[in-house]
Design a protein around this ligand. Structure first.
Ligand SMILES: NC(=O)c1ccc[n+]([C@@H]2O[C@H](COP(=O)([O-])OP(=O)(O)OC[C@H]3O[C@@H](n4cnc5c(N)ncnc54)[C@H](OP(=O)(O)O)[C@@H]3O)[C@@H](O)[C@H]2O)c1
Length: 430
């Protein structure tokens, strides 16, 4: 056991911070045995000193002054579980600059500034851990960092946003609209008061930026990733999807191509037998394919105070162990800037269209003609509902793989056809 403790400055005492503090304060001897040194909670930065806390922390430890942590030479490591881009990015940069190690759960900072902060950490010979920033309690970063190191990662597909997975699951099971399912998720504590980050696919994009960067050792920035949220999906799409043998999920996907990668987040139809189709509720799952290992599925609780604290405190223990072993023994990340992300228009994918049309002769031929002109090959063409009084019908088309640009051109051209009322839904098919 090392004679001096690892002194921790904790930023944030909310959902995650409470659980981190709780484990550090109530499990001291077990953590010390595993870490090989005592983990000592030295200071806690919050916004509001008067707020009631769900964990008993000595009032003396609380502060609202970041300098009490960042400028205290006795503090060896900053654990940031507060969230948001600024001021947290600045705090982490300052901590690393001062030679402190960092453990963070902040996906926004890691997605936008992770490679730069990791470079700075390498320069300062300190560590930056961020297991909790992606997939809550699921060991993802450490898996890439150690166990999958011998592989060239070929592709990675993930259900990585618990809120949208819960919402889509409820739409499918109870025939709810998106708004109804979001309200239910909010009541159940699975969605924020403002669900835009989740529903719009932003949260999944941040996580994919982090995972893609780690998997391919290139700087994948959130703005490089094609993003589409789940706003356009209607309950009837789940029924048609099931009839066709698919589930609908918000999928984060990246794939290696010669000299480039594909990176996209959007709702997609995936075959019911695919492991990701079975991921229900707020659970997250990441399906990885490496050239040596083959396929690996990592599943677990992607959010929540306790699972996320499991990742944060796990990082702290690993950090303590590596400090004992000596700084130079730690594996680090290197990022290549040269690999480009393929523009979405060039990505090859299959698609599903739900089209509301006049129920009369010649409509199918007109739609088929558009697909032919765009070079899109049709896989199935089925007339679904018919509304006799309105003399309208719904047609569902699925295609063979085509460039996304051709699929979009066909979508626009079909919507302009005289007997077409609307292309009510467009989904990519895995
Ligand atoms: N919750 C999850 O399930 C989960 C899962 C994975 C990752 N994460 C990540 O973990 C981080 C924390 O999430 P959370 O759910 O625990 O958030 P939270 O419940 O909102 O707690 C945030 C904490 O940070 C403090 N804080 C915020 N801004 C601050 C500032 N400028 N200066 C000082 N303190 C500040 C708050 O202080 P006051 O209490 O005084 O207001 C609060 O204690 C985020 O990056 C989030 O993305 C969360």
């Amino acid at each position: 056991m090392a004679s001096s403790p690892l002194n921790v400055g904790l930023i944030g005492l909310g959902t995650v911070g409470t659980q981190v503090a709780e484990r550090m304060l109530t499990w001291q001897s077990q953590l010390a045995r595993r870490a090989g040194m005592e983990l000592c909670l030295r200071r806690v930065l919050v916004r509001d000193l008067a707020k009631r806390r769900a964990v008993e922390v000595d009032k003396e430890l609380l502060t609202t002054n970041p300098a009490d942590l960042l400028d205290d030479p006795e503090i060896n490591v900053i654990v940031e579980v507060a969230g948001g881009e600024e001021p947290m990015r600045g705090y982490l940069e300052r901590a690393i600059g001062a030679g402190k190690h960092v453990v963070t759960a902040n996906k926004v900072v890691m997605a936008k500034h992770g490679p730069d902060l990791l470079d700075l950490a390498a320069e300062k010979n300190v560590d930056l851990y961020f297991e909790a920033a992606v997939g809550g309690g699921i060991p993802l970063i450490s898996t890439f960092r150690t166990d999958l190191q011998a592989n060239r990662i070929e592709r990675l597909s993930a259900v990585i946003n618990g809120t949208t997975n819960y919402v889509l699951g409820r739409m499918a099971a109870a025939n709810l609209t998106l708004d109804e399912a979001v309200r239910e998720a909010q009541a159940a504590g699975f969605a924020e008061a403002d669900p835009t980050d989740d529903v719009g696919g932003f949260d999944a994009t941040y996580k994919l930026a982090i995972l893609g960067s780690i998997a391919y050792e290139i700087k994948v920035r959130p703005e490089d990733i094609f993003r589409e949220g789940i706003e356009g999906i209607e309950p009837v799409d789940f029924r048609y999807a099931r009839e066709l043998g698919y589930a609908i999920k918000l999928i984060a996907h990246t794939q290696r191509h010669p000299g480039r990668i594909e990176a996209r987040v959007h709702p997609a139809m995936i075959p019911l037998e695919h492991p990701l189709a079975q991921v229900e509720g707020a659970t997250n799952a990441v399906f990885v394919e490496g050239d040596l290992v083959g396929q690996v599925l990592l599943v677990g609780q992607g959010a929540g105070g306790r699972p996320t604290a499991s990742a944060v405190v796990g990082d702290l223990i690993d950090l303590a162990r590596s400090i004992r072993r000596g700084v130079q023994s730690r594996p680090s990340f290197t990022f290549d800037d040269r690999v480009a992300v393929i523009p979405m228009g060039e990505v090859m994918t299959r698609a599903y269209y739900r089209i509301r049309v006049d129920d009369r002769a010649g409509v199918l031929a007109a739609i088929g003609q558009v697909y032919a002109e765009e070079g899109v090959s049709i896989s199935s063409f089925i007339q679904k509902g018919a509304w006799v009084e309105e003399r309208t019908a719904e047609i569902v088309v699925t295609t063979h793989p085509s460039s996304d640009a051709s699929l979009q051109k066909a979508r626009t051209a079909i919507a302009k056809l005289e007997p077409v009322h609307a292309v009510s839904s467009f989904l990519r098919v895995f």
